[in-house]
Design a protein around this ligand. Structure first.
Ligand code: SF4
Ligand code: SF4
Length: 428
């Protein structure tokens, strides 16, 4: 939505932006759908990505609920639903928006922030323009500074997340933060958060998390039942879908995967190296790394990123049914198991990655670092040492939001896959 009258040259720039952004997204969607073995029930998720990124139509929500933009998986969607709002995750992977944002923020800021600022200033994406409020976590420096910049453009709420999560005081801090968020949400939606509405939203999100747990179980199958890039498309689409709709579509996908399992229909062969991706967020249309992995003959079986299993694993556990009990359960659920590297002590992330390697029978780890994303980069060395003890190969790949590094990424990923194949051969 454009608030000011554009000059003819601004209008031309805007049109060029729309065409380019839509073309790049269409290209990545095509590569996604050309990957063999897509389940029929994947289509609704692809349609969502197409609507948002290719048609730039905005979410076709059958609802008049105010849209509340969020920029972190640690913002509880249950609270937004309980206030009568519709959460929508806005972290962006757009190369076109990145190129605009590149002129707006410091050169060394991460591309995710540049892309968000690019979209926000171009005013071409309904998912950004139609938001009544943006909730930005105060986590890494980039998000912190982005909150400051967004404040000048839209109604922005800074959501303070403690830097550690071990002590009771940390939990109290996040509980207080959630209580402070309540009036801010209510003033936007005009609806109060009650015991009933919070309890209902916990059930709704809990059902989605249950479906997600089933989905993750299917992803552990050897050989694979679904391509990892297709699984990541599901998670990306979840950012723009009402929770009940997402659960319904994921239920159908799970049913199809159950049938595949029963009739032994697989999308990979036993000899394909089973890989895991972790590190900086991988957000559509920036899916070049998962695509390269699977186009080069790897099987992407696990994904420990914000746009992967992290965002919907395990429901909140409500032991005390009071309003305060539910709030504490949310605080617990959204911070304690979160493996985000912005927490000071992150041994838990190493533990979680090792657990996923075991559960998904992972043979090699691709560690993705977005240029400028220091928090993830800091943790690479520690993980490399730990995985060395387990004799699990790991490779660090740095990338940016453009296509200039694709050939270099292709060569490195292909060599890594060959290394694992060789390792397998030597075992025999
Ligand atoms: S990396 Fe951390 S701060 Fe960023 S969205 Fe994920 S959980 Fe939130
Ligand atoms: S965690 Fe990394 S990718 Fe995410 S906003 Fe911060 S610097 Fe950017």
């Amino acid at each position: 939505m454009i608030n000011k009258k554009l000059t003819p040259s601004e209008e031309r720039q805007r049109q060029r932006f729309i065409e380019k952004s839509s073309r790049v997204s269409a290209k990545y969607l095509r590569r996604l759908t050309e990957l063999k073995g897509a389940p029929d029930t994947l289509k609704p998720f692809i349609d969502v990505l197409e609507n948002i990124y290719v048609n730039m139509d905005g979410p076709h929500f059958n609802t008049k609920k105010p849209l509340i933009g969020t920029y972190c998986v640690m913002v509880p969607q249950e609270l937004i639903y309980a206030a009568g709002g519709q959460p929508i995750k806005l972290c962006s992977g757009s190369y076109t928006a990145f190129s605009i944002g590149d002129d707006l923020v410091p050169r060394d800021a991460c591309p995710l922030i540049k892309a968000v600022m690019g979209y926000q200033t171009m005013c071409v994406m309904p998912i950004y323009d139609d938001c009544s409020m943006m909730i930005v976590p105060i986590t890494c420096d980039c998000k912190k500074k982005m909150a400051g910049m967004l404040k000048d453009l839209v109604n922005t709420y800074s959501f303070h997340i403690p830097t550690s999560k071990e002590d009771d005081t940390d939990l109290d801090q996040i509980v207080n933060e959630l209580y402070e968020l309540i009036p801010a949400l209510e003033s936007v939606t005009g609806q109060s958060i009650t015991h009933k509405s919070l309890s209902e939203s916990l059930d709704q999100v809990g059902f989605a998390q249950y479906q997600m747990t089933r989905f993750n179980e299917f992803k552990k199958n050897q050989p694979a039942l679904i391509k990892g890039t297709h699984a990541m498309a599901v998670m990306n689409a979840s950012s723009y879908m009402p929770i009940n709709d997402f659960s319904e579509k994921l239920y159908l996908l799970n049913q199809e995967l159950a049938k595949r399992k029963k009739s032994k229909v697989f999308v990979s062969q036993k000899k394909e190296p089973r890989l895991m991706v972790t590190g900086s967020p991988i957000i559509f249309p920036n899916i070049k790394i998962p695509l390269l992995i699977e186009e080069m003959g790897g099987s992407l079986v696990a994904d420990e990123t914000c746009m992967g299993e992290r965002s919907l694993y395990d429901p909140a556990v409500v032991v005390d049914q009071s309003f305060d009990g539910m709030m504490r359960a949310l605080a617990n659920r959204y911070t304690r198991p979160c493996t985000c590297p912005t927490f000071v002590n992150n041994d838990q992330r190493i533990f979680r990655i090792k657990q996923m390697i075991k559960d998904h029978q992972v043979e090699g780890v691709i560690y993705h670092v977005l240029r400028g994303c220091l928090v993830y980069d800091f943790e690479y060395q520690m993980l490399e040492e730990e995985l060395g003890k387990l004799n699990v190969p790991i490779i660090r790949v740095e990338s940016d939001y453009n296509e200039e590094d694709i050939e270099q990424l292709r060569i490195r990923i292909e060599a890594f896959i060959e290394l694992i194949k060789l390792k397998d051969l030597q075992k025999k």
